[in-house]
Design a protein around this ligand. Structure first.
Ligand code: P6P
Length: 336
């Protein structure tokens, strides 16, 4: 059976009159090509001299890994000249990156976490790239694009995706018409369609959370996890399993594949009041993908995609995955 390539899928979406314009198709093909480049650097590991940390810190105050910076550069260089973007924003850059004047500009804004799960790079555990596409506001075509132009709710995304660099390299994408999964054919260097329609089971018995933060959680989260741990004799009347890879892309990809609930809730620490994960280039793209696959994504109570951003690098609590389980967690918050 001849499988479709990413280009064939995007051309079909363009012909079906979905939100995919020729400009968006070219943008997504460019991002996918850049993810191949990042995956290649990741796979080389020590042979590529790219493991380990730099002396520098990113805007989040996190020590930057060599691959963080390299991945960011790969995405910037790949997307600067294409003519489909007004600007880019990245976890690794404090301010937005405007398209240099020597290049043509286009109608989209690209946001990304170039290499999510960096703490796993040096220990050979799956990591990934997360990206989100917004339309640039009309007004930005007659003036210089500003950070405020990026501060759109997640419902405004026209596309979102992630690449996961694991035993297979996979690209998972939505353009608002369901979720598709591509596997990298390394011999041909092609993203090949391997899952026509990714859907998340509505129910689950598997939760993902960093248990070492338990003493900092708010009451509803503590009660929910306690009830999960109580198993079949407890109020939820079923035994739960637990996973935590500490790489959002890998944890969410597992949930996209077999269901589950991923939680990085806000907590009672001063540093945790807003949560750990970033809204614009982690929570929003992953929420768009999860919802398009029939799942749900909240900050524990409110739908993430409805959140009105007020800062490019703002954080948010994240609870996402199997719809009925996410709604269960919301009920724990309502009881509070
Ligand atoms: P912790 C990786 O640094 C990340 O941003 C997500 O990919 C991941 O889910 C989370 O942080 C892991 O955080 O506190 O468990 O190391």
């Amino acid at each position: 059976m001849k499988r479709k390539t990413l280009t064939q899928y995007l051309v079909e979406q363009q012909r079906n009159g979905n939100a995919v314009t020729a400009e968006l198709r070219l943008l997504l093909e460019t991002v996918a090509r850049a993810c191949k480049g990042i995956g290649h650097a990741v796979t080389k590991g020590a042979l590529g001299g790219v493991l380990g940390s730099l002396e520098s810190e990113n805007v989040q105050g996190e020590v930057q890994k060599k691959l963080d910076v390299l991945s960011n550069e790969i995405l910037l260089e790949a997307n600067e000249w294409g003519g489909n973007l007004m600007a880019m924003a990245s976890e690794e850059m404090e301010t937005i990156h405007r398209i240099p004047n020597e290049y043509p500009k286009g109608g989209y804004l690209l946001l990304f976490d170039p290499l999510d799960g960096s703490s796993n790079i040096d220990v050979n555990v799956s990591i990934g790239t997360i990206f989100s596409v917004l339309r640039a506001p009309e007004a930005a075509s007659t003036r210089e694009v500003e950070e405020a132009d990026f501060l759109q709710p997640g419902t405004q995304q026209v596309a979102a995706g992630y690449a996961v660099y694991g035993p297979q390299s996979m690209l998972v994408l939505t353009v608002g018409n369901g979720v598709v999964g591509f596997t990298l054919d390394r011999e041909m260097g092609t993203w090949v369609l391997t899952t026509e329609s990714m859907t998340i089971p509505q129910d689950t018995s598997e939760f993902a959370i960093n248990m070492s933060n338990m003493r900092h959680w708010e009451g509803p989260v503590k009660r929910y996890i306690d009830d999960c741990l109580a198993g079949e004799t407890g109020p939820l009347a079923k035994n739960y399993n637990m996973r935590w890879i500490a790489s959002m892309v890998a944890d969410v990809h597992r949930i996209m594949t077999r269901g589950g609930i991923f939680m990085y809730p806000r907590d009672e620490r001063p540093s945790g009041k807003k949560g750990k994960l970033r809204l614009m280039y982690e929570a929003n793209p992953m929420s768009f993908i999860v919802e398009q696959a029939g799942g749900a994504a909240t900050d524990g109570e409110q739908r993430i995609l409805d959140a009105q951003p007020n800062a490019l690098h703002q954080r948010i609590g994240v609870v996402m995955g199997s719809k009925n389980e996410v709604e269960r967690v919301s009920r724990y918050h309502m009881e509070d």
